[in-house]
Design a protein. Structure first.
Length: 56
């Protein structure tokens, strides 16, 4: 297990594996770090039956 996986288990952060393999429909929070402007795109979701993807 990598250190990123260890952080995920503590509940503080999610790894890409957690996000891609999460079949839950529960809401979760995404925290954007760094200065603005953020400039991101959100695609996917239940309506189109695909995982939510957040990209620059």
């Amino acid at each position: 297990m990598s250190s990123a996986d260890d952080e995920s288990e503590s509940g503080d952060e999610f790894t890409l594996w957690d996000i891609r393999n999460n079949l839950d429909t529960e809401p979760f929070e995404v925290i954007l770090k760094g200065g603005s402007p953020w400039g991101f795109t959100i695609t996917g979701g239940a309506e189109v039956r695909s995982p939510i993807q957040i990209s620059e």
